[in-house]
Design a protein around this ligand. Structure first.
Ligand code: GDP
Ligand code: IMO
Ligand code: MG
Length: 436
């Protein structure tokens, strides 16, 4: 297998962590290229369950390296907490297994405070962010004021840089009491020990990945968030602050675009969204509640209930056109096991006109009424099935309906959270894994 990217095709939480964990053993390195600890990627195996936020999901595979790329924004204390929590559970994250790009930007306490204040402020548009400081950190980066790992070798020098930025943050945000009360000494006491401990993990990410590419070591790129949360192509302004579709990989990992050989789109068999923003197929009725209950749809990072709805093929086709998916991974098919009838959205009706085009305009998206196609349910437990051909006919037809609308094959079907609860199509992209 060559270099592969795993990209969310919806609004996040599709099951990217599970797919990366399933595939990781075939790759020499797993690379996160954007986002930060706003991500929450769940991995289940051997009766154990893990939630990763900054660590790439290849961390459970002993022979695989993991890189936090330059496009990721890293909260050093949060990363240290994650490393320590894994250690308590018997998983050692050594500098041999984890690398951090020296060009990655730091999320600092003032970013977090600004993020949380803004999202709770009645005068500002509520995005429903994760409150981890992600947006302000990317703002600082774009304003050319960010602090990167390569700026952290010397404590005094780092402290001076932080002093300047904290001072600016305070002058620009006079109304944020918590920020006005933040002192440099307290800030340094919180972050410096973590930054100091992370020094051994820091590498030149460009050199590291170029070395792997030269040796033909296969690389797996792990997207966080998803296409419809992408800063350029998502449901703007209800998006995250990075390029979370496949177009962000080159810039966020530090590899040439041609280093990405295959792109896998990850989608649930239905749809969810956390936070504010348009969601044309959202179900505010009992069906939506049933999806949330069966699917355990509560955020991995914030615990917030996820909004639920039917699968939106208009949005999925848009994601396919943008990312150029070579195949799809269809997750959580088992959650549909007990529904008599299923619906997929095949068009939007906007101002009386039907369209298959996913609109750029927020107003049009908010007005989009889904045009549904009804499909029969299967009323059968799929969670124990391990071969595609053994799925109930109606379930196979559901998969085929998606393939034919989106124009892309479904090469992986997931019927439970565990690694083992995975069906790989024998003629698909993962055929070499199939022979395990
Ligand atoms: P990510 O952010 O894309 O990695 O996804 P999350 O981990 O935030 O959310 C996906 C949730 O669905 C996690 O709790 C997974 O354990 C769970 N999950 C993944 N695949 C399946 C599946 O096929 N069936 C079921 N029932 N749960 C799944
Ligand atoms: P994974 O990688 C789902 C959402 C937030 C909010 C918006 C902006 O687990 O799929 P931010 O904190 O990034 O500024 O919030 O994006 N969001 C996610 N939703 N899954 C995620 O990550 C998300 N990361 C951010 O809820 O609506
Ligand atoms: Mg998640």
């Amino acid at each position: 297998m060559t270099n592969v990217a795993v990209i969310g095709a919806q609004w996040g939480d599709e099951g990217k962590g599970k797919v990366v964990d399933v595939l990781a053993e075939k790759f020499g390195c797993v690379v996160r290229f954007q986002g930060g600890n706003n991500a929450g990627h769940s991995v289940h195996f051997g009766g154990q369950q893990f939630a990763l936020h900054l660590l790439p999901s290849g961390i459970f595979c002993n022979q695989t390296h993991n890189l936090i790329g330059n496009g990721v924004v890293v909260d050093p204390s949060a990363l240290i907490r994650e490393i320590d929590e894994l250690k308590e559970r018997g998983i050692e994250v050594t500098p041999d297994r984890l690398k951090i790009s020296n060009r990655a930007h730091l999320v600092l306490p003032y970013h977090r405070i600004i993020d949380q204040f803004r999202d709770a402020s009645p005068n500002q548009r509520k995005i429903g962010t994760t409150g981890k400081g992600i947006g302000p950190t990317y703002e600082w980066k774009a304003a050319r004021r960010g602090i990167r790992f390569c700026d952290t070798h010397d404590k005094d020098d780092f402290s001076e840089k932080v002093r300047t930025e904290l001072d600016l943050a305070q002058r620009l945000n006079l109304g944020i009491v918590e920020l006005q009360q933040l002192h440099l000494d307290a800030l340094m006491a919180e972050v410096w020990p973590a930054i100091h401990r992370l020094q051994d993990y820091v590498v030149d990410g460009v050199e590291f990945l170029a070395g792997l590419v030269e040796k033909n070591v296969p690389i797996l790129f792990e997207g966080a968030q998803a296409t419809l949360l992408d800063i350029d192509f998502g449901t703007y302004p209800y998006v995250t602050s990075s390029n979370s579709c496949a177009l962000g990989i080159g810039a966020g990992a530090g590899v040439p675009a041609r280093a990405i050989d295959r792109v896998v789109g990850i989608t649930k068999a239905y749809a969810t969204r956390v936070g504010e923003g348009p969601f044309p197929t959202e179900l505010l009725d009992d069906v939506g509640s049933a999806l949330r209950k069966h699917g355990k749809e509560f955020g991995t990072t914030t615990g917030r209930p996820r909004r639920c709805g039917w699968l939106d093929l208009v949005a999925l086709r848009y994601a396919q056109r943008l990312n150029g998916f070579d195949c799809l991974a269809l997750m959580k098919l088992d959650i549909l096991d007990s529904f008599e009838r299923l619906y997929v959205c095949e068009a939007y009706r906007i101002d009386g006109r039907e369209t298959r085009v996913f609109p750029a305009s927020l107003q049009q998206l908010q007005n989009a009424e889904p045009v549904y196609r009804e499909l029969p349910g299967w009323n059968e437990d799929t969670s124990t099935i391990r071969q595609f051909g053994q799925l109930p006919t109606a379930a196979q037809d559901y998969v085929k309906a998606i393939e034919s609308y989106v124009g892309c094959s479904v090469d992986l079907v997931s019927v439970g959270p565990d690694r083992e609860e995975t069906l790989l199509r024998s003629d698909g992209l993962f055929s070499d894994l199939y022979k395990r």
